[in-house]
Design a protein around this ligand. Structure first.
Ligand code: BTN
Length: 294
């Protein structure tokens, strides 16, 4: 079976999903495997002036977000990026699992000390979604992508990726932010484990993609957008959000905890909250929740 560098390979995988050699089972690969390559990603980043980061690549983690969240004893004054080939307990929003098979997709988190408190971070997950769209369009300008408030990256209305933001309060009123991105890259039809309709870049482009090339575009774009967010806030992205807003002018129901509110989407406000016009014509803003089309 061909790998990304053209060699035949049989992956040895244990029953607990690790790649150790005891009690192994053989899995034949259905398609070329491009592993994550630190050198390749860093070489591309070295050409960008504002990309002073730390990069860790793990073959397996429970969750890249949890890894950074739990790792408090290090300096996050420059962004620390953590990638994994496999997550055994990948986390999605609303307590869902994020399906994270080995070597197929991007599971990427970064942690950064923010020069502000948590209250200033409203709209950040929307901004990170916009950064993902820009990076993917640099990779292939023909990709037709949209964003479903607050954090779903869609292709043809199906989920291509998602963002999970977690926060850690720090001394002096500042906070540390962990931005986690899951992006379906080379996954084909091999799993029934995902409830919602999904897409992958391979399916969209009809060819496997090299995740290293995508990460080399994603990392600087995420940082550039984060910098603009820190300096100018969500308001400076509002027009750009409108361009990709999958829900604009559609009827939705927003569920948050045990509450449901229905209405017509009017877009988002300057904090990234979803503006809904209810049937009685009153307009409300939703700060959090899950929107479903009606
Ligand atoms: C969503 O529900 O749409 C958010 C999914 C976020 C998944 C990513 S994968 C990398 C990072 N680590 C995790 O455990 N979750 C995020």
């Amino acid at each position: 079976m061909a790998t990304g560098n053209g060699k035949d390979v049989v992956i040895k995988k244990t029953q607990d999903n690790s790649l150790a050699t005891n009690k192994t089972k053989d899995y034949r690969l259905k398609q070329p495997l491009f592993l994550l390559e630190r050198k390749k990603i860093l070489a591309a980043l070295s050409k960008k002036s504002h990309c002073d980061i730390e990069l860790e690549i793990h073959s397996q983690l429970p969750s890249t977000n949890s890894y950074l969240l739990e790792n408090n004893n290090r300096d996050y004054s420059k962004p620390v990026f953590c990638l994994a080939e496999l997550q055994t307990a990948g986390k999605g929003r609303m307590g869902r699992q994020w399906h994270s098979p080995f070597g197929q997709n991007i599971y990427c988190s970064f942690r950064y000390d923010m020069p502000c408190d948590v209250s200033k971070l409203s709209g950040l997950s929307l901004v990170m979604g916009l950064a993902v769209i820009e990076a993917l369009q640099k990779y292939d300008a023909t990709l037709a992508l949209s964003l479903k408030w607050p954090n779903d990256i869609l292709a043809n209305g199906k989920k291509l990726g998602g963002i999970l933001i977690e926060l850690q309060s720090e001394a002096h009123g500042n906070c540390s932010v962990i931005v986690g991105l899951g992006l379906n890259c080379n996954m084909l039809d091999d799993n029934a484990a995902i409830e919602r309709e999904w897409h992958s870049l391979h399916q969209l482009m009809d060819t496997p993609v090299d995740r290293n090339e995508i990460l080399a575009l994603l990392i600087p774009t995420l940082l550039e957008y984060l910098q603009q967010f820190i300096e100018l806030g969500f308001a400076s992205f509002k027009a750009q959000w409108k361009k990709y807003d999958h829900l604009l002018d559609k009827k939705v129901t927003v569920t948050h905890r045990d509450k449901k509110i229905s209405g017509m989407v009017l877009g988002v406000d300057q904090f990234g909250q979803l503006r809904l016009q209810k049937s009685d014509k009153t307009v409300i803003s939703c700060a959090a929740g899950e929107a479903t089309l009606r």
